[in-house]
Design a protein around this ligand. Structure first.
Ligand code: G3I
Length: 380
């Protein structure tokens, strides 16, 4: 195969696409060509023969990762890893209100569209994350002043965003993290601008509106901390199940639960408790997905071999506990490489060593956690 020079690729791109935004999108979509051209034979040797094999033999459960738009453009190895390992992608931030809605009038779809095009070009599904959240809102949303305004904006947002990707995004995190951090019987829900103005009815409104726009879409409520061996997790599971019972009693459509899986490495997994929780959800007719798996290693031992072993074991315990009750529809990690992860922003280590929460290390080498995921997803 003749490898085109960078200059030839840039020229072709510049001829095909004129403005800077579209050029960026084009780089994103044609990253594979670009990387091959830019890196020459070293890039070719980086792409192992396993690539074609991995993607021609699809696992029983699709594996995917949350994607950082900046890394897709700036780090040539990043899209290559996604292409090599993933059957699904989800934007780490490109569909959040803070990105999409800088002001009331604007819908800034360029980054999400670019990821959609990348997914399409590489035979992947793209999940939607998210439509309603207590966090990740621009100031104008946090300044919403009445129930009427909240309802109008929420409905308009969902209609526009779900409508744009109708038939393409087939699974949406409609509601993200609705349960209070430490739920109490009288206050099970997390504070948000939506809860403040609409009360818990915002859950019904968001799910019903999404279903009305795209009746085929999988409606997901996505949340975390269901696996820890402590009272907090037990209270969160109970509050979550109560919420689902309430929704079902009002005939609100809901299809699946997103189990985020930001595992606190030092705590271990309450396997029986997690299995029982998923079994209850399954008995209510719901599917489950693992949506944001990573292992927070702030408190784990420093040596890499030891740390990676614990991380892999936590991931295995987590997946096995879920799978014992119901096989998930998909397994996604929140990022794919330790090079690009949210974990150090909140959980940097006291010894100054880099965090290692994800299946590939910062040099894109697979760690034991990747093997755990591949084995789990391969099982029929
Ligand atoms: O884009 C700006 C950049 O221009 C600026 O230079 C930089 C300076 O800090 O900030 C950048 O924005 C950051 C953005 O991530 C992109 O990296 C925001 O400050 C930061 O708040 C944002 O954090 C994201 C967070 O959600 C809030 O949206 C994390 O990357 C993302 O991993 C995290 O994802 C959440 C899920 O949505 C829900 N579940 C938990 C998960 C982890 O917290």
């Amino acid at each position: 195969m003749r490898i085109p020079s960078i200059a030839a690729i840039m020229l072709r791109l510049a001829e095909d696409w004129r403005d800077a935004a579209t050029l960026k999108r084009a780089l994103f979509m044609r990253r594979r060509d670009f990387v091959l051209g830019a890196l020459g034979t070293s890039a070719l040797s980086y792409i192992k023969p396993g690539l074609a094999l991995a993607q021609s033999k699809r696992p029983a459960i699709p594996y995917g990762a949350a994607i950082r738009d900046g890394a897709m453009v700036d780090d040539p190895f990043y899209p290559q890893a996604i292409i090599k390992y993933c059957q699904q992608v989800v934007g780490e931030g490109n569909l959040k209100w803070i990105t999409l809605r800088p002001d009331r009038e604007t819908f800034a779809f360029a980054e999400a569209d670019a990821l959609m095009a990348f997914a399409d070009a590489n035979g992947m599904e793209m999940r939607g994350h998210n439509l309603v959240w207590y966090a990740g809102n621009p100031d104008w949303v946090e300044a919403i002043g009445s129930a009427e305004e909240a309802k109008t904006e929420l409905v308009h947002h969902i209609e526009t965003v779900v409508g744009r990707y109708k038939g393409k995004i087939r699974s949406w995190d409609v509601i993200n993290e609705p349960i209070a951090d430490q739920p109490r019987a009288e206050a099970p829900y997390r504070d948000s601008i939506w809860l403040k103005h609409l009360g818990p009815d915002y859950l019904d409104l968001a799910l019903r509106t999404t279903a009305a726009v795209d009746p085929e879409v999988q409606l997901v409520i996505n949340d975390f901390d269901f696996e820890q061996p402590n009272d907090k997790t037990r209270a969160r599971r109970k509050a979550f199940l109560d919420m689902v019972r309430g929704l079902q009693s009002r005939d609100v459509p809901l299809h699946a639960i997103g189990l985020q899986g930001h595992i606190q490495g030092e705590l271990g997994i309450d396997k029986p408790g997690l299995t029982a929780f998923v079994a209850e959800l399954a008995a209510m007719g719901l599917s489950v997905l693992v949506t944001e798996l990573d292992v927070i290693d702030k408190m784990l031992p420093g040596p890499e071999i030891e740390r990676d072993g614990i991380i892999a074991q936590r991931a295995k315990d987590y997946l096995d506990a879920i799978g014992a009750a119901k096989r998930p529809d998909a397994v996604l990690t929140w990022g794919i490489t330790d090079k690009h992860t949210w974990v150090p922003v909140w959980f940097s280590r006291d010894d100054g060593l880099p965090n290692r929460p994800l299946p590939l290390d910062a040099d894109y080498k697979p760690k034991p956690m990747m093997q755990v995921i591949e084995d789990f997803c391969a099982e029929q």
